[in-house]
Design a protein around this ligand. Structure first.
Ligand SMILES: N[C@@H](CCC(=O)N[C@@H](CS)C(=O)NCC(=O)O)C(=O)O
Length: 213
């Protein structure tokens, strides 16, 4: 498979984690967001929205939207599972992922931040404040969800990584970039520690990508 990816993109990062956890062979094709490569015709052929990531399957199908890609990977290679067995547990894990994927990450996307700078004259301090405004309630919610589910363990849900961890770790990485204080979320920090010990998370980390600078 081929993954169109940008090293610091949270959605690329979460998809790389899923690919790595599944042990799927894939190659990276880098898309430099800073240079606008995602808006070039060649890339738009793969992804009509002009966003990363895009996964191209071995059969040549292009899949966009990281939630769709991650769910595809779960169906394509069910083991190791990134979702629990029971429907209600699966819903819990998907809800944790959605706190980030639906309600948090989109507000900190490159195009949103560029707009805040260009149209509203925000400097880096303003951008950091914006990022914190939306990340803090998400982390508060997740800290509670992770602590209060019946399957509390090393990871967001139980003792093996799930889709929720694929979403959480890149968002924590982004929090560090925007200087969001993570000390009020000790459980999330413990989960991060557990993830950081796994090769899959290490290999997927932005610093370990071919386009990292
Ligand atoms: N919902 C999409 C969002 C994709 C997305 O926002 N990707 C960002 C990078 S994390 C991007 O391509 N940004 C380019 C831009 O904002 O111009 C997904 O999960 O794949």
């Amino acid at each position: 498979m081929k993954l169109y990816s940008y090293w610091r993109s949270g959605t690329s990062y979460r998809t790389r984690i899923a690919l790595e956890l599944k042990g799927i062979d894939y190659e990276i094709e880098t898309v430099d967001l800073r240079e606008g490569a995602h808006k070039q015709p060649a890339y738009l052929e793969q992804n009509r929205q002009g966003l990363v990531p895009t996964l191209v399957t071995d059969e040549g199908t292009s899949i966009c939207q990281s939630p769709a890609i991650i769910e595809y990977l779960e169906e394509y290679k069910p083991s190791p599972a990134l979702l629990p067995v029971l429907p209600e547990d699966r819903a819990t894990v998907r809800a944790m992922a959605a706190v980030i994927g639906c309600d948090t990450h989109p507000l900190g996307n490159l195009r949103v931040l560029k707009y805040l700078k260009a149209e509203f004259g925000q400097d880096q301090a303003g951008i950091n404040k914006w990022a914190a405004t939306w990340m803090i309630p998400a982390f508060e919610t997740l800290e509670t969800l992770v602590l209060n589910n019946e399957h509390e363990g090393e990871f967001c849900f139980g003792d093996t990584p799930t889709i929720a961890d694929c979403y959480l770790i890149p968002q924590l990485y982004s929090a560090d970039r925007f200087e969001v204080d993570l000390s009020p979320y000790p459980k999330l920090l413990k989960v991060r520690q557990a993830c950081e010990e796994l090769k899959a998370f290490q290999r997927a980390h932005p610093d370990n990508q071919p386009d990292a600078d």
